[in-house]
Ligand binder design. Sequence first.
Ligand code: ATP
Ligand code: MG
Length: 299
Amino acid sequence: MKTITLHDVSYEVFTENGCFRKASTNKILHRISAQFTPGLNAIFGPTGGGKSTLLDVISGRKPRSMLTGQVLIDGKKPPKNLQCMVGYVVQDDFLTGTLTVRENLMFSANLRLPTSISREDKRKKINHLLVDLGLGSCADSLVGSLLSRGISGGERKRTAIGMELSIDPSVLILDEPTTGLDATTARSVMTLLQSLSTKGKTVICSVHQARRDILNMIDNLVLLAGGRAVFHGSVEEALQHFEQCGFHCDTSCNPADFFLDVLHGEAGPIKMKTEIGKTIGYGDELVTSFSAKKRHSPN
Ligand SMILES: Nc1ncnc2c1ncn2[C@@H]1O[C@H](COP(=O)(O)OP(=O)(O)OP(=O)(O)O)[C@@H](O)[C@H]1O
Ligand SMILES: [Mg+2]
């Protein structure tokens, strides 16, 4: 299980509006098509853009009744137990503060690995993971909570990643693994994810902000704004695409900041006209130009 393909995926939720609580639906993802292959895949975009929702959809955590389009795993319909096969590090990690780092990892392994694997083998696996994740020095420290201090933010993130790696998933999904970390710690987490991706795992993470060297690690980028895929490809291709659309990224500017400026409508030409002459928002305009480009591309 390695390649995840999305064809025209839309997702909506039921909402209740006004004092009469009239039920209506709210579309959160709009016709997203993208492919995630082994390597480091990043979903990038402003807050509220739909990143977490898209990751939930990919990992099979959204009701199928509210989904349209197709999510395919290696070209086939996802298996019923997809959630058990994909590692998912959520935005706010669920670690047990009163256990040590090692105990948290062991807890995950005991809960999720088959009982046919002996306790000793699980222990060995966790010992290897602790070394690979650079958690050796804090393995027996309490994780801690809001009220009692424990390990650092970067170590927490690595522990949360380790809990998912304990089942050795071929697909690892992470919702904002670098948010709240300083730039150096964020890079070390991304370096870890890159090294996992070079071992053949399909790593998909959402990112808010990224320094230049983090962007350089990304093999495949999906830019999301307003629940729409504004771009899908490499970072260099994204820069070329936006240049063609009239959005120039100055060499002194970090492309990650530039992408956010474009998606927020803070960069480039102030108003653009559609083919039919109607002025529309940046997001819509960029989606239109990207879809048109895909239609004309030989691939
Ligand atoms: N169950 C829901 N009911 C109503 N609105 C929802 C629901 N889930 C998501 N949304 C809305 O959909 C939009 C996308 O939410 P999502 O959490 O996917 O964004 P995000 O890109 O992950 O944002 P952030 O960067 O802040 O985490 C938001 O406007 C959010 O309010
Ligand atoms: Mg989110």
